[in-house]
Ligand binder design. Structure first.
Ligand SMILES: *[C@@H]1O[C@H](CO)[C@@H](O)[C@H](O)[C@H]1NC(C)=O
Ligand SMILES: *[C@@H]1O[C@H](CO)[C@@H](O)[C@H](O)[C@H]1NC(C)=O
Ligand SMILES: *[C@@H]1O[C@H](CO)[C@@H](O)[C@H](O)[C@H]1NC(C)=O
Ligand SMILES: *[C@@H]1O[C@H](CO)[C@@H](O)[C@H](O)[C@H]1NC(C)=O
Ligand SMILES: *[C@@H]1O[C@H](CO)[C@@H](O)[C@H](O)[C@H]1NC(C)=O
Length: 932
């Protein structure tokens, strides 16, 4: 029989493969044992390395974890470790290992080697390490090295800790937003010799913990802390012991921030109220800066390190919360738009500018008569607050870098005799002063011209130069004129956007996309070039249309990675004008259409029901979208773009070709599908659990889905599952109306406390998830009206059957085979389902518990944990040799007995198609032979 030959063939492949790699693992482990000095304590004596302490193997006897931290070991590590191709975890922290740290296999997920005596790591260490999530390499005497570019390959990176690790150079831009690490939450670079500023790309990043304190390069880290303003997910900021300057930025969006250590820098300016108002604040350190104004008063319970007695800042008093004199307040408001210059902050101490002779301030009889800020290299604008200094006779601001206009408020100063603003970059009309005021405005090339003349491109309203600059950064330069092929551009942008791993973060940074207006005479030509990658496309306009993809420059600016704006015209075209034929499904929030871009990329477009968005304003909608696009996980359907047009709200998702789980569970017959076998169901269950676990706690904020059900679980061609529609609840208005419309359709999955009280916790999702587990076990729907009355409600029926040991197997979907191998897992999952559907929320487990229960069950049938996604992703169209070599590539092996394959092939006289119609059988027979 053909199938028999297949099994034999796979048996053969599996046997040779694994025998070789197991033996090799054993050899490598023995090399390691020899290299470690005094391994007696480790008791590595058993011939079976999988029995060694601190070593873990998978079911195929391949080494997956080595955890020898804190064992007082020394010696240097052998480079053969690279051959442990299933190794996911290597820990050797807190020992005394020496020598270079060797390269590690690409399967590695966790690397903890801090606190040793390693002297180097290769600059290409991180090349291709796409599975690495947690890296801790600090407290090693590495010779000077820069954060290597190869780190970019680690796109799963969550945590990177290299404290006291010999790092020099600048903090690279790629660690921030739009870099390769959408999931990076912890970055610890303390006690190195880094220099320069915090990269601007940090704004908008997902970083929660930022430690860059205590650099010991000459200049230390410098520049301002402005970028922290946009790092809304921060929980901990340690920037102390550097040379940061300028004021503390506005932190009013930082709800989770609890630890702010700013001490030992050169920060100036008034402490912003947003710092004292931080809701989660527990610890704040401000000592040894040049902070000004009234010393901040923090809430009870906040540990404050702000040595007021010693006057280690430039506050006006020594008592927290005590206001400054009006004169000091006025002077501080005058220097605010100048960024609170360091020179002034160093000198401006205390509460009496005249008694304490502040730099730049001249007093007469206790009143300020002259402000002299000449040649101080000041930049920024002239504050209208100067007019609060009513005793001022001379205001001297010459020889700086001031921009903006001369504020008209200055004309009201009663005693002013002289205003000298010569040699700056001021522009605009000079307001009319009294006749006896001496005005010096020479050396400002644009003075007298109005704003639009002075800075072409800005509206006559007059934006300052610095604002104008801010406006342009990150935006696409240039204007799109004429008409051109909408689809061509959409497809190009989309293709770039989806490049490689389909991660938004992989997109070419928008600042590098340049759209040139056509130069040729017809006015239709359009060129797009992407600097850096060499992508260049020219498209000649096909006429028609008129409205471009980017109809205005402002929509162009929204083209940020992960927050892709797509025009309604494009979406209409790709969905055949939202035709019935393109409908993939209808849900609580609207209708989903299939679309296909020019380049063949398939997308799913959800057109929200009008009214569903209620009164939500545009900005609110956009900020929600911005959050949703950030939530990226391999088991969550990615939101790839959106469109707002009048009342239309559309969301663009990745397309999941195998459709909803409900189709495969309940409608497989009608749809002509094969029923899902148990192992497949288990793997789907684990995928969903991982997705929901991420939503509940691993994302930057807690998401509660509230509508988990099989029609919201979508399958890819590899039959791996992703959860969809998460976060839409947040988009919809709260309140009774939405409650009813949304819940009507999903009865059966509702946790009792939610149905009764409307109170929502993560346990609401756990309950719904439990119902799905029951559905997967039984093949019955949550509410099954074809059943006798007492059995209609699945949860009730399931619980009853579960109580009775004898009836247990009757629970199981008759379409699935139950055998000795699978029965125990049926039981485990049935119990888990019951647990998830416990009546009281607190009795239900967390999703992480669910993951922990399911993962080992799924593991049993899988050749490997690493790259598990690809194992099932065998393309049915591939020939056998192709499939095998892909599998081989996945496994990362290079010795492979091809002759075995081909001889079996010929002798078996097997057609390739019959071999590969059941990819799961492939994995099954492969692993079951290992269970010997
Ligand atoms: C290595 O460890 C052994 C046993 O603990 C010790 O005797 C030896 O001095 C250590 N060598 C170094 C260089 O620390
Ligand atoms: C920051 O430090 C770098 C290198 O130490 C130096 O080149 C640069 O001028 C400094 N920038 C500022 C604003 O002080
Ligand atoms: C900040 O100040 C608190 C209270 O003085 C202190 O316990 C803590 O160690 C300081 N933290 C840092 C990072 O310096
Ligand atoms: C100084 O200012 C105070 C209050 O504004 C005023 O009463 C006083 O006359 C001023 N002194 C001089 C010499 O202008
Ligand atoms: C003036 O300021 C600019 C930046 O604001 C700085 O690069 C330059 O070094 C400064 N010059 C002096 C003389 O302080």
């Amino acid at each position: 029989m053909k199938a028999y030959v297949v099994v034999l063939l796979l048996f053969c492949v599996g046997f040779f493969e694994c025998a070789w790699c197991q033996n090799n693992d054993v050899a490598v482990m023995n090399t390691l044992k020899k290299a470690i000095k005094e391994p007696n304590d480790l008791q590595w004596n058993d011939p079976d390395v999988c029995k060694w302490e601190h070593v873990q193997c998978n079911t195929m006897k391949r080494v997956t974890a080595i955890q020898i931290g804190g064992q007082s070991l020394n010696g240097s590590l052998p480079k053969e470790l690279l051959q442990l191709s299933e190794l996911t975890r290597f820990e050797c922290m807190n020992n005394a290992f020496t020598g270079p740290f060797p390269n590690m296999p690409k399967s590695l997920e966790v690397l903890l080697i801090h606190n040793n005596n390693f002297n180097s790591m290769s600059g290409d260490f991180f090349n291709g390490m796409t599975n690495l999530q947690d890296v801790s390499i600090g407290y090693n005497p590495f010779s000077n090295w820069e954060i290597p570019d190869s780190l970019k390959d680690c796109d799963d990176l969550r945590s990177f800790s290299a404290i006291s690790a010999g790092l020099v150079g600048r903090i690279p831009d790629f660690l921030g937003k739009d870099g390769p690490f959408p999931g990076l939450v912890s970055l610890s670079l303390s006690f190195n010799s880094l220099e320069g500023g915090l990269p601007a790309t940090f704004s908008g990043s997902s970083i929660e913990t930022l430690w860059v304190n205590g650099q010991n390069s000459d200049g230390k880290l410098n520049g301002t802390l402005d970028v922290l303003k946009g790092m809304m997910y921060l929980k901990q900021i340690w920037v102390h012991g550097n040379s940061f300057t300028g004021p503390i930025p506005d932190l009013s969006n930082h709800d989770q921030l609890f630890d702010v250590s700013l001490r030992d820098n050169q920060l100036t300016g008034v402490v912003p109220p947003s710092l004292t108002a931080l809701p989660a604040l527990k610890v704040v350190n401000l000592t040894n800066n040049l902070l000004q104004g009234s010393p901040p008063l923090f809430k009870d319970g906040v540990r404050v390190d702000n040595d007021l007695e010693k006057g280690t800042n430039s506050f006006c008093t020594k008592k927290a919360g005590e206001p400054c004199s009006p004169l000091v307040d006025a002077l501080l408001s005058v220097v605010e738009p100048l960024g609170y210059p360091l020179r002034l902050a160093e000198s401006w101490k205390g509460n009496d500018p005249c008694a304490q002779s502040w730099i730049g301030i001249v007093c007469s009889s206790g009143n300020v008569s002259i402000v002299s800020f000449q040649s101080l290299n000041l930049s920024g604008k002239i504050s209208p607050s100067f007019s609060r200094l009513t005793s001022l006779t001379k205001l001297l601001l010459a020889n700086n870098d001031l921009t903006g206009t001369i504020p008209s408020e200055l004309t009201s100063m009663p005693l002013l005799k002289e205003l000298d603003v010569s040699n700056n970059k001021l522009f605009g009309k000079v307001p009319s002063f009294r006749g006896d005021v001496v005005l010096k405005t020479g050396g400002n090339p644009d003075i007298g011209k109005d704003a639009s003349q002075a800075l072409p491109g800005l509206s006559p309203g007059g934006k300052s130069g610095s604002e104008g600059k801010k406006h342009n950064t990150g935006a696409i330069v240039g204007t799109v004129v004429g008409s051109f092929s909408l689809l061509g551009i959409a497809a190009l942008v989309f293709a770039m956007y989806r490049r490689k791993h389909k991660r938004a973060s992989k997109v070419q940074s928008p600042s590098a996309i340049v759209v040139h207006p056509g130069h040729s005479g017809d006015g239709n030509a359009l060129k797009i070039s992407v600097s850096g990658t060499g992508v260049g496309v020219s498209s000649d306009g096909g006429g028609g249309g008129g409205t471009g993809v980017f109809s205005t420059t402002s929509s162009v600016q929204h083209l940020e990675a992960g927050n892709m704006v797509i025009s309604i015209q494009v979406l209409r075209e790709v969905t055949n004008n939202f035709s019935e034929g393109n409908i993939l499904g209808r849900g609580g929030f609207g209708t989903v259409y299939k679309g296909e871009l020019h380049d063949g990329t398939k997308i799913a477009v959800k057109r929200m029901e009008s009214g569903m968005m209620g009164e939500k304003g545009l900005t609110e909608f956009e900020s929600e979208i911005a959050v949703l696009t950030r939530v990226r996980h391999r088991h969550l359907v990615a939101l790839e773009g959106h469109c707002l047009d009048g009342n239309e709200r559309l969301l663009v998702y990745e397309y999941m070709p195998q459709g909803p789980l409900s189709k495969h569970l309940f409608e497989w017959k009608e749809e002509g599908l094969l029923p899902l076998e148990w192992k497949r169901r288990l793997s789907i269950a684990l995928d969903v659990a991982r997705g929901v676990e991420y939503l509940h706690g691993l994302a930057q904020q807690i998401f509660i889905h509230r509508d988990i059900k099989p029609s919201n679980i979508l399958l890819g061609d590899d039959m791996r599952a992703k959860v969809s529609d998460f976060g839409l609840v947040r988009l919809a208005p709260e309140g009774k109306a939405s409650f009813e419309t949304r819940l009507a359709g999903t009865f059966g999955y509702l946790a009792p406390e939610y149905a009764v009280t409307g109170r929502v916790t993560t346990k609401v999702d756990v309950y719904s998830y439990g119902v799905i587990l029951m559905e997967m076990i039984t093949g019955r729907k949550a509410i099954d009206n074809s059943q006798p009355e007492e059995n209609v409600h699945l949860v009730t029926w399931f619980r009853r059957m579960l109580l009775n040991k004898d009836s247990f197997t009757k629970l199981i979907d008759p379409i699935m085979d139950v055998d000795e191998e699978t029965l125990p897992s049926f039981r485990t999952v049935a119990e888990l389902a019951g647990h998830c559907c416990a009546r009281e929320p607190y009795q239900r487990p967390d999703m992480s518990h669910v993951v922990n229960v399911l993962a080992p069950l799924v593991e049993i049938w899988k050749p490997s944990e690493a790259d598990d996604d690809d194992i099932y992703a065998i393309d049915l169209d591939m020939t056998l040799p192709q499939a095998l070599s892909k599998w081989q590539a996945i496994e990362g092996k290079n010795t492979f007995d091809v002759s075995c394959t081909s001889s079996m092939l010929t002798s078996g006289d097997t057609t390739q198609s019959s071999i590969l119609t059941r990819p799961s059988g492939f994995a099954d027979s492969f692993t079951s032979n290992d269970g010997r």
